[in-house]
Every structure is written in structure tokens, then in C-alpha cells.
Design a protein around this ligand. Sequence first.
Ligand code: GDP
Length: 160
Amino acid sequence: TESECSFSRVVVIGENGVGKSALSGIFAGARDSMGSNCDLLGDDTYERTLDEGSWSQEQCMQAGDAYLIVYSITDRASFEKASELRIRLRRTRQSEDIPIILVGNKSDLVRRRQVSVTEGRACAVVFDCKFIETSAAVHHNVQEMFEGIVRQVRLRRDSK
Ligand code: GDP
């Protein structure tokens, strides 16, 4: 029933062009098609580019119940940016145990890869969060990414 719904805000952050809009678009589609299953997919997705200024970086860091930190496996600078964002998030939300997944997107572009799976995974270990590689273009692991973040939100919620 309505009263049992609890909403979470998943914030998608990362460098320009890494695929945040593409991933969020798939998420919105999945949510719409599952409609009434509000506990699973009643989540709002918010996607703002940090340097666009529509939301300040500070607001982004405060706004989320869960975060997808996205980089492109074809863009090393975006991988470095992801680490920066993770640090900033930790600083802003020090005492909170926030669900985060580090997402290496564009896994379909194998010949343009600049960041290995091993590096991605190692980074996630250092930053104490989950890791997944996705491709918004061919919908690889996108569902798994959404399920992963929802699962983590639920785990945190249930343990309170
Ligand atoms: P944003 O700036 O992070 O929101 O990035 P966009 O979602 O706008 O994507 C930037 C560009 O990368 C667009 O041309 C997308 O079509 C493309 N793109 C996004 N995800 C993928 C992917 O998984 N694979 C490939 N090949 N291209 C992608």
C-alpha cells in the first residue's frame, strides 16, 4: 500500500560524457515499466552535472540516499574524477554509511579501454564500495547496477 512505500534518492555523479544520462534514462524506463512496485523501484533518480551549476557540488553531496559514481572505462581522467568525488562524498557525509557503487560505464568499447577491470575493482576496495562495469549502449549490467543499489538501500534501511 501507499503507506509502505519509502522513497530513496539515488544520485548519479561523474565527469561529463561518461554516460550518466544514458544510465539514468534506462533506470527511469525500468521504474516506469514496474510502476506499482514502489518499494523496489519507487526511487527518484537525479542526474545533474556538477559543473553545470544547476546544483552545487555541495547540494549533490547532501542530496542522495545512495550514489552511483560513474566513470568511463575509455577515459582515464573520468576515473580519476571518480576518486575525487568519492573523497568529497566521504568528507561531506562523514558519519553516514551511504550506499555507493563505483560504475565503469562503456564496457562495450573494448578497443578504447583505458581503465582495466582490475583497477576499477581495486579502487572500489580502497573506497569501500561496490563495483560494476556497465554498458548503457548495449544494456549490459544496467539492471544489475540498479538492483545492487536498491539492495544496499534496503539493507541499510532494514538494519536501522
Ligand atoms: P553524461 O554527460 O554523463 O550524462 O553522458 P551521456 O549519457 O550524455 O553520454 C555521453 C555520450 O556517451 C553519448 O553520446 C552517449 O550515447 C554515449 N554513451 C553513454 N553510455 C555509453 C555506453 O555504455 N557505451 C557507448 N558506446 N556509448 C555510451
